[in-house]
Design a protein around this ligand. Structure first.
Ligand SMILES: Cc1ncc(COP(=O)(O)O)c(C=O)c1O
Length: 410
């Protein structure tokens, strides 16, 4: 029990590739092998001391899983309202696609995306460890979330994004007070720049998987999903995969839940990594049987969040996909846009393009026989659709001289 009354079970950090151990409660980036660090917990003690019923009286927010989270002192938690996100039925769209899917809508979180989970955790841990200046590369949503949580915590934030990052994300990030810059390179090049600035600028590199705690925040998607499914897990999870933190985090969550005995059924879901045909390094590696992904040349997709040509956690994504008997699948931007429109008009759910990619992938997977109609499928909509451009398909009327018959026909 920490002095502020929050039970904490963190034992150490561990290299995701070599298993080398590193002490907790210190500032870390990558392991000595240059690979992501994963937080490890004393799961035997959690199993022994923490019954699932501890959750009964806690608020429906990500911090309710505190025994499986790294924060030691609850007063360091930086909160902006990280609510439990809903599972939305899409019955009409399901009929057309021949699947049994439900959408986990992460667009309800602060700054409109699931990046809030990771950055709430990273910034809370930065506060706990005394970090005062954070920097990151972003395709948009992560930068906005860092800006918001850093503002809240009184930490300085520096954000670098590719030139063509959606304007709404860039302006939001800057408005929230982060030092925000467009740059003439893709996200991995912005990432190299942030890495090079660590010594001269004295900032903490908060890039995806180069700091150990964003993944613990994203892990709460898996913890929450398990609870929403009444401690059973769905059959298949379609996840729009860029850096892969969410997919890796959920897979970690399911293992931890299994180890502490909170799941009622042993069955694990199949994890599906969804990418765009314009940037599909993970799909290519999965298809060729490789453990690491070659960087994707000339990456292009309008689903900006999954335009990640090289992911440092590639092997962790691929391991999770393979261990779970899942698969990786790429869909075209045209099919992404078609499904975005289809789900919106069929069921009133406005997906972001990355979320729509999971819908396109589920339809494609069904038609290729990769999933069954009866499978309980979860599609991750990682951001609000409102932040992304939509074609202006509204008509125009002249109010003064309306021809009602003509209007009927429009
Ligand atoms: C809306 C959206 N979906 C998916 C992703 C990819 O997430 P991950 O890095 O966990 O693979 C991102 C990342 O920027 C995103 O913004």
């Amino acid at each position: 029990m920490s002095e502020s009354g929050t039970p904490t079970f963190v034992t150490h950090l561990e290299c995701g590739a070599t298993g080398e151990r590193f002490p907790a409660d210190q500032v870390h980036n990558l392991s000595s092998a240059g690979k992501p660090l994963l937080v490890r917990y004393d799961l035997d003690s959690v199993r022994r001391d923490v019954p699932r019923s501890v959750l009964d009286k806690r608020p429906r927010e990500m911090w309710r899983y505190r025994e499986l989270l790294p924060i030691r002192h609850s007063y360091n938690i930086v909160r902006l309202g990280e609510i439990e996100t809903p599972l939305l039925e899409v019955p009409e769209w399901n009929k057309g696609a021949g699947v049994n899917a439900i959408v986990k809508d992460e667009g309800r979180l602060p700054t409109g995306s699931f990046k809030a989970r990771g950055l709430a955790m990273a910034v809370s841990m930065a506060r706990e460890l005394g970090v005062t200046r954070m920097a990151m590369p972003t395709n948009g949503n992560a930068g906005a979330a860092l800006a918001a949580y850093a503002a809240r915590a009184g930490i300085e934030a520096w954000v670098f994004c590719p030139d063509d990052t959606p304007l709404i994300n860039v302006t939001e990030t800057a408005y929230l007070g982060a030092r925000t810059f467009r740059a003439d390179g893709l996200i991995h090049e912005c990432g190299r720049f942030v890495g090079a600035g660590v010594t001269p600028m004295g900032w903490f590199d908060t890039s995806t998987l180069k700091e150990p705690y964003r993944i613990e925040g994203k892990k709460t998607m898996g913890l929450e999903l398990a609870e929403q499914f009444d401690w059973q897990l769905p059959d298949v999870i379609f996840y729009p995969t860029g850096g892969g933190t969410g997919l890796i985090g959920m897979w970690k969550a399911f293992h931890e839940l299994h180890e502490i005995g909170w799941l009622d059924a042993a069955q694990m879901p199949r994890m599906v990594a969804v990418q765009s045909t314009g940037c599909a390094p993970i799909v290519r590696a999965w298809e060729s049987g490789a453990r690491h992904a070659e960087p994707w040349e000339d990456a292009k997709t309008y689903a900006a969040g999954i335009r990640v040509p090289a992911a440092i956690g590639d092997f962790l994504i691929l391991d999770a996909v393979r261990e779970s008997d899942g698969f990786a699948i790429a869909v075209s931007d045209e099919s992404i846009e078609a499904e975005r429109q289809a789900v919106a008009t069929a069921d009133g759910v406005l997906l972001c393009p990355e979320g729509a990619a999971t819908a396109a992938a589920a339809r494609e997977a069904r038609s290729r026989g990769l999933i069954r109609e009866s499978d309980r499928v979860v599609l991750f909509n990682c951001a609000t659709g409102l932040k992304y451009p939509m074609p202006d398909s509204a008509g125009r009327v002249s109010l003064a001289d309306m021809d009602w018959a003509e209007l009927q026909g429009r």
